[in-house]
Design a protein around this ligand. Structure first.
Ligand code: C2E
Ligand code: MG
Ligand code: MG
Length: 418
């Protein structure tokens, strides 16, 4: 530790019991702000650079707050060092750069296996800091959260074996109408309950299966389970909304997919108009005749179609013109920085406006906090999905969540978004 650096634990009587927060930032004013705001919750250790050997303090750290832009230090290399630790701490990347740079740094950390990574954009405000640390806390408490074991690569047959062995779990995330606060739909999101590694995120295995010849079987297995769960919730009288299932582009190339899906929907006696296929914008940028044919068949059967992750592909607004889609899901990268980025705000406003003109439903993905929700509502975003309302959960938890959500709406009365 060099002169001027200190562990701020001496300033708090019960500091020894608190988790250790290592703040690496050459900005002394920032260090002072963080200490003032967080010393009740953390034992704070300050470092003004990442040049010295930090291994001792890193071994004890619960969370590292890292400034990307310190003189003489490459913040990105430091992220790689953190990822190599046996038990990496949570990471909060801090920078005064624009949100694109922060998002790239976050992606870099995630790709290296640092799943518990958040970002914080300077200048600091009390609310931003508290929200960022709270979302990191939630991440580690989230039972569905999975750290990616570095170097493990799954093949399509691993995944299909898992599906056949009943190791796939489906979680559901609610979608809310901001006007009525009604839960209009839920999205099915898959997890793999791996026998030795624990619960795995789709990021670890979905690519292997999506591009394979088993993609259709996999998608139909998800659809079948989701239909069973939705029928049970409808019979219990708790949910009569839409179920959305993610369908990879490869599956849309299959001439038999629509018939197979319809067979499941019919067997479940489920109304087709309550079933929605989510197709990523990237997957339909240049649709082949086979893909266009499947989209047409699905629509003819009354199944709903949504464009997922809208905004990050190249198709632009031209897809709206075709009117093949019922719903457009604005990608979370635009939603996350709505409150701070005039650019994102203008994009979202224009998309909402145009989608309204052509009669397509719009939903914002990635509503993580009240601030983002309020900005979204103020610019007319009609539907929302995100951690602020609920994380993806299993069907039993969804049942309980729907019950308490409905009870809360009754108590709160009509109107407003919370
Ligand atoms: P997606 O379809 O865009 O799903 C939304 C993702 O955003 C989900 O991640 C969800 O947990 C996450 N999310 C929801 N709200 C928030 C929020 O407020 N903040 C943040 N940071 N994230 C939020 P998940 O479950 O990890 O799924 C990732 C992607 O994997 C999905 O993106 C989808 O493309 C793919 N996927 C998931 N399940 C399936 C599946 O059954 N089949 C296929 N083909 N792909 C799937
Ligand atoms: Mg989706
Ligand atoms: Mg999406």
């Amino acid at each position: 530790m060099t002169a001027g650096e200190k562990a701020a634990d001496s300033e708090h009587p019960d500091a020894a019991d608190l988790p250790l927060l290592l703040v690496i930032d050459d900005d002394r004013f920032f260090q002072a702000q963080v200490t003032a705001l967080l010393q009740e919750r953390y034992r704070i250790h300050q470092r003004f650079n990442a040049v010295d050997d930090l291994s001792e303090v890193l071994a004890m750290a619960d969370t590292v707050m890292l400034d990307l832009n310190m003189p003489g230090v490459d913040g990105v290399s430091f992220i790689t060092e953190l990822a190599a630790l046996e038990h990496p701490p949570k990471l909060l990347i801090v920078s005064g750069c624009d949100s694109t740079v922060l998002e790239l740094a976050r992606q870099t950390a995630l790709l290296q296996g640092l799943r518990r990574t958040g970002v914080l954009r300077k200048p600091l405000t009390r609310q931003k800091l508290l929200e960022a640390t709270r979302s990191l806390d939630e991440l580690s408490a989230d039972p569905t959260f999975i750290g990616a074991p570095v170097g493990v690569v799954f093949t399509e047959s691993d995944v299909i074996d898992a599906a056949r062995a009943g190791e796939l779990a489906i979680l559901y995330q609610p979608q809310i109408c901001l006007d009525t606060r009604e839960v209009t739909g839920v999205e099915a999101l898959v997890r793999w309950d791996h026998p030795s590694l624990g619960r795995l995120s789709p990021a670890m295995f979905i690519e292997a299966i999506e591009a394979s010849e088993h993609a259709e079987e996999f998608t139909l297995a998800i659809a079948k389970q989701a239909l069973l769960d939705m029928v049970r919730l409808a019979e219990a009288g708790v949910f009569h909304g839409r179920i959305s299932v993610n369908v990879p582009p490869k599956v849309l190339e299959s001439a038999s997919f629509t018939d197979h899906l319809m067979a499941l929907i019919t067997a479940a006696q489920f109304p087709p108009e309550r079933f929605q296929c989510e197709v990523t914008e990237r997957g339909i940028e240049n649709p082949s005749p086979a893909v266009s044919a499947t989209l047409a068949r699905l629509r003819m059967r009354g199944i709903q179609l949504a464009i997922d992750d809208f905004g990050i592909g190249q198709s632009g607004l031209s897809k709206l013109k075709s009117q093949a889609f019922d719903e457009l899901k604005i990608d979370q990268s635009f939603i996350k920085d709505l409150a701070n980025s005039a650019g994102s705000r203008s994009i979202v406003e224009s998309v909402v406006h145009l989608a309204n003109l052509v009669g397509i439903r719009v939903i914002a993905e990635g509503i993580e906090n009240r601030g983002t929700l309020e900005v979204s509502a103020s610019i007319g975003v009609p539907h929302a999905q995100g951690y602020h309302f609920a994380r993806p959960m299993n069907v039993a938890d969804l049942d309980a969540w729907l019950f308490s959500w409905q009870a809360k709406q009754l108590l709160d009365g009509p109107g407003g978004v919370t």
